[in-house]
Design a protein around this ligand. Structure first.
Ligand SMILES: C[S@@+](CC[C@H](N)C(=O)[O-])C[C@H]1O[C@@H](n2cnc3c(N)ncnc32)[C@H](O)[C@@H]1O
Length: 280
């Protein structure tokens, strides 16, 4: 341990970057190409400063010991990219509202269970957008067994998502009618989701590349803008597992630059550039 080091002064070698690459791959399935070397430095050096480590070497030795387990979680959080926004890729929410919800509402009205999954939910804009679409299409959704599971590997963003509080700037993507219906001002110019909508999402930490302690299947899964961080094999394995978790006729939404390469083998039919339906 050393005195607090200013950013830019911690020792950081190629071997250190390779150790971070290996940790990211083994712990989260995240592939860090060499082009991310400087980004890794800027993100991880903050952790070093907080713990007063003078070198990446010493820090990485620490996180790989039993005593460093909770710091390993913080390192994984630091390596994730959490960019998101409300109603990102708006066509997915229109599809959810107009195609999925009428059938799902009819199903849960008969007493059956209905589940939707935001599988890399980041700070929550995606699951809360799903919740607003659900409530718009089906105002008494919360009187039925209908829930949204929202998960992410990053425990910090999951905690923020569960709070459901956003700055005025972050809420700009929410249509004004929905914003006034589902949110209330919460001091300091922020807005908070309020009322029955809060009962729809359940937030949990979950690594998509580990085991999933999740029972039952989903009518729709949003897995968007996360597989871009994985290598091809990890991506294909994930598509396969997600397809298995979909109900027949259920939908998988992927990010704008993503495609399910193994759609046929997974039993998925592409119905729009980034929307797949599971065959019956
Ligand atoms: C760019 S954000 C996408 C958020 C949202 N799905 C969207 O499209 O706006 C990617 C998210 O994937 C999460 N992530 C990365 N690796 C993961 C993994 N192995 N399991 C679960 N989530 C992961 C990150 O923590 C991050 O919050």
């Amino acid at each position: 341990m050393n005195d607090l080091m200013p950013v830019g002064e911690a020792d950081y070698t190629d071997a250190d970057f390779q150790r971070v690459q290996q940790i990211a791959r083994e712990q989260a399935g995240i592939h860090l190409p060499i082009t991310k070397k400087a980004l890794v430095y800027s993100r991880v050096s903050r952790r070093l400063r907080e713990l007063n480590h003078a070198s990446f070497h010493a820090y990485l030795d620490f996180v790989t010991t039993p005593a460093g387990q909770s710091e390993m979680q913080k390192l994984i959080c630091a390596l994730t990219t959490n960019v998101t926004s409300f109603f990102r890729e708006k066509n997915h929410f229109e599809h959810l509202e107009t195609v999925v919800m009428p059938q799902l509402a009819a199903k849960v009205r008969t007493g059956k269970r209905g589940r939707l999954w935001s599988a890399a939910c980041s700070t929550g804009q995606e699951p809360w957008s799903i919740a607003m679409s659900v409530m718009t299409a089906f105002p008494d959704a919360t009187s039925h067994d209908l829930r949204i599971l929202a998960t992410d590997i990053n425990t910090d963003v999951v905690a923020q998502a569960a709070e459901g509080v956003y700055s005025a700037e972050e809420t700009e993507g929410i249509p004004s009618g929905k914003k006034s219906q589902f949110m209330e001002p919460s001091g300091d110019g922020d807005y908070r989701f309020n009322g029955p909508i809060r009962r729809l999402p359940a937030f949990r930490a979950l690594n998509l590349n580990a085991s999933w302690p999740i029972r039952g299947s989903f009518t729709a899964i949003f897995c968007r803008n996360v597989v871009i961080y994985f290598d091809d094999d990890t991506r294909e394995r994930l598509w396969q597992r997600l397809a298995e978790k979909l109900e027949p006729d259920g939908f998988l939404y992927v990010g704008h630059s993503e495609r399910v390469s193994c759609a046929n083998q997974c039993g998925l039919i592409q119905v729009a550039p980034t929307i797949y339906r599971k065959g019956l």
